[in-house]
Design a protein around this ligand. Structure first.
Ligand SMILES: C[S@@+](CC[C@H](N)C(=O)[O-])C[C@H]1O[C@@H](n2cnc3c(N)ncnc32)[C@H](O)[C@@H]1O
Length: 216
């Protein structure tokens, strides 16, 4: 990434994110081990599973609950995550699903994927880097392939400082669906459907799930 616009900022963010999730990985797995509890989230995952023709990568898979859920739904899927601790836990919890340490910025640009899932994992990307990230996604997905993205809706980021006593902190960005759609479309996707649902359980803001297709 040397010499790319935003490369240094990106490297700093990547390192900060990895440190944060390595520290939190076991606690995160304890909190989010189950499959997504929202029926509406599962409906979007189900729709994705129905339309997609693999192979699929979940980028930012964390402990692998969504990767495993889609795998059980018949999707040929692998997970990648920046955090080696997250990947270690994902392998431990879901031994039949492939997981690797890797960055969503380094996806092969060979249009080899039938689908890509970014489930609450674009949320640490600096605002002015989001467009470039969707361009990476578009290069990784074949024409006619699918993209499923989930994120919290809003304008103000949430700064999590020393969560559960760990000596780390990280900003969680909330996004406006219309802006994310605009960036996805500029990168070469067309929107198939979007779902914005009310917060459930511990959630405090609405949640957006966008399903898009790589333009052929
Ligand atoms: C909020 S967690 C979501 C995990 C999982 N998708 C889930 O829903 O349980 C965000 C995850 O994205 C990963 N992540 C963030 N930026 C990434 C990047 N550039 N490449 C790969 N993984 C990344 C983090 O390490 C973390 O595990």
């Amino acid at each position: 990434m040397v010499g790319e616009p935003g490369g240094d900022v990106r490297a700093d963010v990547v390192s900060e994110v990895r440190t944060f999730y390595d520290a939190l990985a076991e606690d995160y797995d304890g909190m989010f081990r189950e499959e997504p509890s929202s029926p509406l989230a599962r409906a979007m995952l189900g729709a994705f599973a129905e339309v997609v023709d693999g192979p699929v990568t979940e980028v930012g898979c964390g402990p692998g609950r969504v990767t495993a859920y889609l795998s059980r739904s018949g999707v040929s899927i692998a997970g990648i995550d920046l955090s080696p601790e997250m990947v270690r836990i994902a392998r431990r919890e879901h031994p039949s699903v492939p997981f690797e340490v890797g960055s969503m910025w380094d996806l092969p640009g060979d249009a080899g994927l039938g689908g890509l899932v970014a489930w609450y994992s674009i949320i640490h990307t600096p605002d002015d880097e989001l467009g470039a990230l969707f361009t990476r996604f578009a290069r990784a997905v074949r024409p006619g392939g699918w993209l499923l993205v989930g994120f919290q809706v809003g304008d103000e980021p949430l700064l999590l400082e020393r969560p559960l006593g760990h000596d780390v902190s990280l900003e969680f960005r909330r996004l406006r669906p219309e802006r994310v759609v605009e960036l996805m479309v500029a990168a070469g996707f067309e929107l198939s459907g979007q779902l914005v649902r009310a917060p459930e359980g511990r959630e405090v803001v609405p949640q957006a799930l966008l399903l898009a297709r790589r333009v052929s």
